[in-house]
Design a protein around this ligand. Structure first.
Ligand SMILES: C[S@@+](CC[C@H](N)C(=O)[O-])C[C@H]1O[C@@H](n2cnc3c(N)ncnc32)[C@H](O)[C@@H]1O
Length: 240
């Protein structure tokens, strides 16, 4: 099961999910094998868009996508522009875009049945910089994106591809979130994710074995500490 540019590789979908703020509606605009959609905690409304039948077949045959997913076999740009015109997008909608990367950033030629022209990338950037929704975009750095997404938050990292290690980026129109939609993949690498998972299991067993009032006392401590964290994070953000 592989799809060119798929986010199934080591740590790839985890990194993206670990940057997702809480959201009610989720749109994966360039589905491919849908690695992120299949591995994240579902939103209330989930939309998967790709004009490629092969992409939809592959994604649905692997399984893991939320049951309440709207599968759209069409051009994401037109869909996003139409939704924008109807005012459908809100600040509680998260749209993840993993488009075919601009040709000038790629070593090889076309990879997909459906590719984007530079004009299409410009349409995507124009929509992304105007929408009130939260947007995340994966890609390689290039002039088009650097110029189109000025002021966006960007993280750079090494990703394993068929052509070897490459520097990939994730652009976001928000600062890294203080709260996540999904804590299931927390951790910067495999070892750290395993360590956190074991700790969560250990603590949930311990907490489950406690007397109810003792459990509530622990919850009060956690709430106080987390509220302190949130205030500190907001102060830090305001000071920037
Ligand atoms: C980089 S791949 C996505 C990989 C995906 N994140 C995964 O995990 O497998 C880009 C996808 O964009 C799709 N695509 C190309 N043009 C599109 C368009 N106009 N609208 C929506 N999807 C499109 C391609 O069919 C391809 O599946």
């Amino acid at each position: 099961m592989t799809w060119p540019g798929g986010k199934n590789g080591a740590g790839a979908y985890q990194r993206i999910i670990n940057h997702m703020p809480p959201h009610r509606a989720y749109v994966e605009a360039f589905l491919g094998s849908g690695a992120v959609l299949r591995n994240k905690r579902p939103a209330r409304i989930n939309v998967a868009i790709d004009p490629s039948e092969e992409a939809h077949d592959l994604c649905q045959s692997i399984g893991g996508a939320p049951a309440n997913t709207l599968w759209l076999h069409e051009d994401a740009l037109t869909w996003l522009e139409r939704r924008a015109a109807k005012g459908w997008m809100t600040a509680e909608t998260l749209i993840y875009c993993d488009p075919p990367y601009p040709m000038q950033t790629r070593k090889g030629g076309p990879l997909y049945e459906f590719e984007l022209t530079d004009g299409d990338h410009q349409r995507l950037l124009a929509w992304a910089t105007a929408t009130p929704a939260m947007v995340m975009i994966s890609g390689y750095r290039c002039r088009l994106y650097d110029d189109g997404l000025t002021g966006w938050h960007r993280i750079d990292y090494q990703a394993q591809t068929r052509q070897g290690l490459v520097e990939e980026c994730l652009w976001m129109n928000f600062t890294p979130p203080a709260q996540l939609h999904d804590y299931g993949h927390l951790g910067g690498d495999f070892r750290e994710r395993e360590r956190i998972k074991r700790k969560k299991d250990r603590w949930s067993r311990k907490i489950a074995a406690m007397d109810r009032l003792e459990r509530l006392a622990i919850m009060e401590v956690l709430t106080t500490v987390v509220e302190g964290d949130t205030v500190a994070a907001h102060d830090q953000r305001d000071a920037q």
